[in-house]
Design a protein around this ligand. Structure first.
Ligand code: TYD
Ligand code: MG
Length: 447
């Protein structure tokens, strides 16, 4: 006998609970739990079934070695990011905020070298065609399908047998097997699983587009990330023309090949020397510092700004954009205890330019220096760059790839480089390499 079981899944973190609650017990998100129904076989039935099942073993020893076949797409930056091209029979997920350029990117991925089925639940054939014409995309064997129904999409794929199936976007697709609206957690997950199955079965690559939600997570649960072979995020500020093509997960290669792209009237173009594109040419003001983040093997210099304001009433506010709020609270506690800043009566705002969401701990020191600069109303010395991790006792801890960051900073003409203690040799002629050990030592570097 098949019983239908109901569980509730969080759309933010993927946690599951047997009963509905207003707040997710795992991540604390409000109103994120969504109903999911799935069938559960009776235990006895399950046992019987297990005994009947046939299994086909494969002798791994006898499996022929073959190079994983990769489809070289029409977008060279995309190929570089995923180590040479999309692997056949794999599923790649492209995530990003609305309007960031996901549809543009997948249009550029189109190539006349292989057979493609392009499914869109959002756009019409003529709008897709006119975009491709504008981007100068070469089309040869491309079938277009304006469809939301997964069963129809799958049967379309069976008929066309393309090398690459593109689905824009997974939030608009629904399967009749699940009784909820398109875009919900269970729909998104079930559709992805089915697309994965058909990718393996037809030996075709599948590329699906997914919107990210307000918190920056891939819409649908985190579980989507576990399901697929490769996750690529298109990040950046919509108002700014630069985007980062960042590989979050890759089953068939490294995640070190992030690419910085520029949105032009002809679509995305690769940026050749991206390290300083996010720096403004204006003078650095109080509360602003320059720091670096590492993305794969790429060093990017960013501006980090802090605003410290007397709290008007009640609880002091801590707001961040691009930086982890919990980390900020921890750093504020360290600054209060170890550097004597009385922040209890001040609102603190942090902003990282460029529209990035950075979890990198190497930003700690720059956050602290920016807050100190805003709090003391003193500017950081000119031509200074700062990076390092801060520990709970106010000690400055070393970070990965310090040498690469220093080299890039010197190449860009920075004169003062504030870093954790560093004993490897770098050629630092004409540059002031300042090694700090304790958070309170930072104050000296305010002008
Ligand atoms: P789009 O790819 O539709 O974003 P998404 O699919 O992620 O929602 O494109 C978003 C923006 O990009 C749109 O506002 C216009 C701009 N754009 C260009 O600047 N140049 C171009 O060549 C194209 C196609 C779009
Ligand atoms: Mg789109």
């Amino acid at each position: 006998m098949i019983k239908i079981k109901t569980i509730y899944s969080c759309s933010k973190c993927g946690a599951q609970t047997p009963k509905w609650e207003g707040r997710c017990p795992e991540c604390g998100g409000w109103g994120t739990l969504e109903k999911e129904a799935f069938s559960d076989l009776d235990k006895k039935e399950k046992q019987n079934q297990l005994q009947d099942l046939k299994v086909d073993f494969i002798d791994l020893e006898k499996v022929k070695k073959s190079d994983t076949q990769r489809l070289k797409t029409g977008c060279s930056s995309f190929n570089i990011a995923i180590n040479g091209g999309i692997v056949r029979a794999s599923l790649v997920l492209i995530g990003g905020n609305p309007g960031i350029g996901k549809s543009t990117l997948i249009s550029q991925v189109v190539s006349d070298q292989f057979k493609i089925l392009y499914v869109s639940g959002e756009e019409t054939a003529s709008s897709v065609k006119s975009r491709m014409d504008r981007l100068g995309v070469k089309i040869k064997d491309l079938k277009f399908l304006a469809e939301n129904n997964l069963e129809k999409i799958l049967s379309g794929a069976m008929k066309v047998k393309p090398d690459l199936l593109i689905v824009d976007s997974i939030q608009t697709v629904y399967t009749v097997e699940i009784d909820s609206d398109a875009g919900g957690v269970s729909q998104v997950r079930a559709c992805t699983v089915k697309l994965m199955e058909i990718a393996r079965k037809l030996d075709m690559a599948v590329l699906i587009v997914s919107h990210v939600n307000k918190a920056g997570d891939l819409a649908g649960p985190k579980a989507l990330e576990h399901l697929v072979d490769c996750v690529i995020n298109l990040e950046g500020d919509r108002l700014n023309r630069y985007r980062m093509l960042r590989v979050i997960k890759n089953r068939y290669g490294s995640t070190d090949n992030s690419e910085v792209l520029e949105m032009t009237s002809k679509g995305f173009k690769k940026v050749l020397n991206p390290s300083n594109i996010y720096l403004s040419n204006s003078n650095i003001d109080k509360g602003t510092v320059i720091t670096s983040i590492m993305d794969g093997s790429q060093v990017l210099m960013l501006e980090l700004q802090a605003l410290v304001n007397k709290t008007n009433f009640g609880y002091p506010k801590r707001t961040t954009s691009g930086f982890d709020q919990k980390r900020l609270e921890l750093l504020l506690a360290v600054l209060s205890k170890k550097a004597g800043l009385k922040l209890g009566a001040y609102d603190v705002y942090i902003n990282l330019t460029g529209g990035f969401q950075v979890k990198d701990r190497s930003l700690d020191l720059s956050v602290c220096l920016a807050i100190m600069s805003a709090y003391h109303d003193k500017q950081v010395k000119e031509n200074t760059i700062v990076f390092g991790e801060v520990g709970l006792t106010g000690e400055i801890r070393s970070i990965p790839k310090t040498k690469e960051r220093i080299k890039e900073a010197i190449a860009l003409g920075f004169k003062n480089i504030i870093i954790p203690k560093f004993d490897k040799k770098v050629d630092v002629k004409g540059v002031n390499l300042i090694e700090v050990e304790k958070i309170k030592d930072l104050e000296k570097y305010l002008g």
